[in-house]
Design a protein around this ligand. Structure first.
Ligand SMILES: [Mn+2]
Length: 304
């Protein structure tokens, strides 16, 4: 069965500690478990102190048949950083914010161009999601209409075709919007006059949402990563209902920088991103030990 691990963001030592805690052993160049397979929800890179170590551990596990890996938004952005926009720039603009977000990765990658090129090619080979018999995995949001668009631009394993990478990173394409939803989450714009400052000190005019919830439509109930909540409108969102989740299978997501100790978002949804890269040091690297159960359980989280 599967151990689904959250966003690692360059914390290679913590990754090794969690693998040990989960019972994996380093043999013949890869971490292995006699009965279990690792699944990464993506966001291996950016922010942390061991970018290359993290990529190399996970890639070696995948090569050895010990791990499955999907695309996080940081891997998507790392590829877009290198793709020409046709106007002398790049599809991921090299502005101050983006440069700061990507600096830790670039600092290591640019020391070895061959490794950098190989790593980018590997990122391009990662699927956007996994839809396995007993579970689903996506970085941020499971949304059937977006999945259908992505499937039309992917191979049978949800890996974007070479030609799709430009559209996936170009505003105005349906594929761009579909990737935004599944890889970066279901965001809702704030009404005029409202904004907040996120953990990276960026002023934001849209919120990340708990898109799976259908019990409330209020900004303050649905927002993720906004502190204090009273910077948001005290009322329902204007954009209409959030997509909700069909609950056909358990779903594992990352991306959301959850705070506190790992816990389920619903009986079918587990976010495994518990903020290992938070500068406060309060975050943990988490995994969920999945054994096929269709009702998830809080006691199956493991973390370091
Ligand atoms: Mn992410």
């Amino acid at each position: 069965m599967f151990d689904v691990i959250g966003d690692i963001h360059g914390h290679g030592d913590r990754l090794e500690a969690l693998l040990k805690k989960l019972g994996y052993q380093l043999r013949q160049g890869a971490w292995r478990h006699p009965e279990r397979t690792l699944i990464s929800v993506g966001d291996l890179i950016d922010r942390g102190p061991q970018q290359r170590k993290t990529v190399d551990i996970i890639r070696a596990m995948q090569d050895a048949g010990q791990a499955q890996v999907i695309l996080g938004n940081h891997e998507l952005n790392a590829v877009a950083w290198t793709l020409s926009d046709g106007n002398g720039g790049f599809l991921r603009a090299h502005n101050a914010n983006h440069t700061r977000q990507h600096a830790a990765f670039l600092a290591e990658a640019e020391q070895d161009k061959a490794w950098y090129a190989s790593t980018l090619a590997w990122f391009r080979s990662l699927p956007v999601y996994l839809d396995l018999p007993a579970l689903r995995v996506v970085h941020a949001c499971w949304h059937a209409p977006s999945k259908a668009i992505i499937d039309a631009h992917s191979d049978a394993h949800a890996v974007l075709t070479e030609a799709a990478w430009i559209a996936a990173n170009s505003k105005g394409h349906a594929l761009y919007d579909a990737i935004e939803v599944m890889n970066k989450g279901w965001e809702v714009s704030l009404p005029p006059g409202y904004s907040f400052v996120d953990k990276g000190d960026h002023r934001r005019f849209a919120i990340r949402t708990q898109w799976w919830r259908t019990d409330t439509q209020h900004y303050r109930d649905l927002a993720l990563g906004v502190e204090p909540l009273d910077t948001l409108p005290d009322g329902p969102i204007e954009a209409g209902k959030l997509p909700g989740y069909d609950r056909h299978k358990p779903l594992f997501i990352g991306h959301y920088w959850m705070r506190g100790r790992p816990q389920l978002q619903s009986p079918q949804i587990a976010c495994v991103d518990w903020s290992v890269a938070d500068p406060s040091g309060d975050g943990v690297l988490a995994a969920y030990r999945f054994d096929g159960e269709q009702q998830l359980s809080n006691d199956k989280f493991v973390w370091v």
